[in-house]
Design a binder for this molecule. Structure first.
Ligand SMILES: CC(C)(COP(=O)(O)OP(=O)(O)OC[C@H]1O[C@@H](n2cnc3c(N)ncnc32)[C@H](O)[C@@H]1OP(=O)(O)O)[C@@H](O)C(=O)NCCC(=O)NCCS
Length: 203
């Protein structure tokens, strides 16, 4: 008689918190609020991207396509749809005092079967150099591991995107390798440095 498998790991699906509840009670860090993106954020997203075009388009391939306020509105609407489908959890980073939108941080490409996703982020030009992204991403990693039940969070940055690599280092990610010519940004192929953090990693 065939023997039973020794042990089958318990299936533990990701928990996707309700977007509407989190818009009322956002993820909080000492200086920031992380609020799920929805259609009303479209105009502020447009102003942030359009006011920081040069700073963003060196590293983010979608920036030239985000070329009208309507494009930002469509992106904001798609964020809400992706959230509700459990595909991606993207947050507006807001200043706790002024409530102004400073950038975006998100957990993209959620794979429920493997409890994994990819961290992505950007800040508007006038918000860099204050530790805000490290603070926002730390808050999001904590949220992802404890509330969503993620096991593995990947992150990639171009090998010459030094500010982003420093963020990743401060977040305690482990280096896993180089993906050659992983992304075409403008007319430039970018090599990616690949990193990950596991829920079980020591900090
Ligand atoms: C990547 C990006 C978010 C990094 O922004 P950043 O402001 O350098 O990162 P942080 O917000 O964590 O700030 C850290 C810097 O603030 C400084 N800082 C100043 N005051 C600080 C404070 N009170 N607390 C912590 N850090 C502080 C730190 O020393 C650090 O500077 P350093 O990296 O030169 O040592 C930003 O450059 C960006 O949006 N780039 C374009 C888009 C992009 O590349 N996205 C990532 C694609 S992989």
């Amino acid at each position: 008689m065939p023997s039973a498998p020794a042990s089958v790991p318990a299936t533990q699906p990701l928990v996707i918190p309700l977007r509407t509840g989190l818009r009322r009670s956002p993820v909080e860090t000492s200086r920031l609020l992380l609020v799920p993106i929805d259609a009303p954020d479209g105009q502020e997203l447009w102003e942030a991207v359009d006011g920081s075009r040069w700073h963003l388009e060196r590293w983010l391939p979608w920036v030239p396509y985000n070329n009208t306020p309507e494009a930002s509105l469509r992106y904001a609407e798609a964020c809400a749809v992706d959230w509700d489908a459990g595909r991606a959890l993207r947050f507006a980073i807001r200043d706790k005092t002024s409530k102004g939108l400073l950038g975006v941080v998100g957990l993209d490409a959620c794979v429920h079967l493997h409890r994994s996703c990819e961290l992505g982020y950007w800040l508007r030009r006038d918000a860099v150099g204050r530790g805000l992204m490290t603070e926002a991403a730390n808050g999001l990693l904590q949220f992802g591991f404890t509330r969503v039940g993620l096991h593995r969070i990947r992150c990639a940055a171009a090998t010459d995107n030094l500010p982003s690599l420093r963020v990743i280092q401060r977040l305690g990610f482990h280096f896993e390798g180089i993906a050659r010519q992983a992304e075409l940004v403008g007319s430039r192929w970018l090599d990616h440095a690949l990193f990950a953090r596991l829920a079980t990693d020591e900090r």
